[in-house]
Design a protein around this ligand. Structure first.
Ligand code: HEC
Length: 146
């Protein structure tokens, strides 16, 4: 049977993922899974507003543009959804190009999910990694400069 905690989590994350960027105006920030994930994992380097000004920004090599609000602008106004997904997950990129300064979130999320317990997860662990990366992609698509 599905543990209640996971069911609640799935219900909480469904709206931003399913409705996409345009209509994902959540009533409060606590209901916005992508925003929650961003603030707790990414803001330390990329800044609370995504401008690349987090407290660790000067400590790591930020070449390649750690400003995440100009991804669409830099791509002729189109948010580069698939590339952003791959950069965040990172596992494929590491295979192709070797090490990088940006953490490999696909691996990190997988390890966290694995360490959360021994329960059998429906759809396998990879599904939960994808949901997290997708929620982040969705959030980033909503903070793009016009
Ligand atoms: C330890 C600091 C650090 C953290 C934490 C971090 N990043 Fe990054 N990120 C970087 C750096 C540095 C780059 C620039 C590319 C490189 O050198 O690897 C980058 C690049 C990116 C890019 C590509 C930007 C572009 O211009 O193409 C995206 C998208 C991104 N990060 C998203 C995220 C998300 C989402 C999270 C949280 C889940 C996150 N980052 C957490 C350091 C970090």
């Amino acid at each position: 049977m599905l543990p209640i905690r996971i069911l609640a989590l799935l219900l909480a994350i469904a709206p931003p993922v399913l409705h996409g960027s345009a209509s994902a105006q959540m009533p409060s920030s606590s209901a916005d899974f992508g925003r929650f994930l961003y603030q707790s994992n990414c803001a330390v380097c990329h800044g609370m507003g995504g401008k690349g000004d987090g407290p660790l920004a000067g400590k790591v090599d930020t070449r390649g543009g750690a400003d995440l609000t100009t991804l669409a602008k830099a791509n002729n106004g189109v948010f580069p959804l698939e590339r952003v997904y791959q950069v965040i997950d990172g596992r494929e990129e590491i295979l192709l190009h070797g090490r990088r300064d940006m953490p490999v979130w696909g691996t990190t999320f997988l390890e966290r999910i694995a360490s959360e317990g021994t329960i059998e997860l429906p759809w396998g662990r990879e599904f939960y990694v994808r949901v997290r990366v997708l929620a982040l992609v969705d959030y980033l698509s909503r903070i793009q400069q016009r």
